[in-house]
Design a protein around this ligand. Sequence first.
Ligand code: SF4
Ligand code: SF4
Length: 108
Amino acid sequence: MSDKPEGLPPDAMTVEAKLGFLEYKKSPETHISLRKTGADSPCVTECKSKPCTTVCPAKVYEWEEHEKKVLVAYENCIECGACRMLCPFDNISCDWPKGGFGVKYKFG
Ligand code: SF4
Ligand code: SF4
């Protein structure tokens, strides 16, 4: 059985496959942080749907139910900018990686 989402033509590439073609230079410092963390953060107290974990195409955000916190795998970020807008509680601070670090795109 195929693991492609329903409705895609047979020769279409999944987002995961496309991400596999990207090159990254991992920055030693994160460019993404949560403004509030801990038991009183909106991630724990208010945000039921946790859109960061579903909207980010690179799956940077993951809800850790056991520890009740959002894990942030900043090194996978493809710098699309979506998370800057999607958090309903404005709890994500996402800048761009320092020059020379992060994802590398080729144009042309
Ligand atoms: S969308 Fe914002 S408030 Fe909700 S879990 Fe993600 S970072 Fe936390
Ligand atoms: S900028 Fe895009 S890829 Fe990077 S963490 Fe935000 S939503 Fe994910």
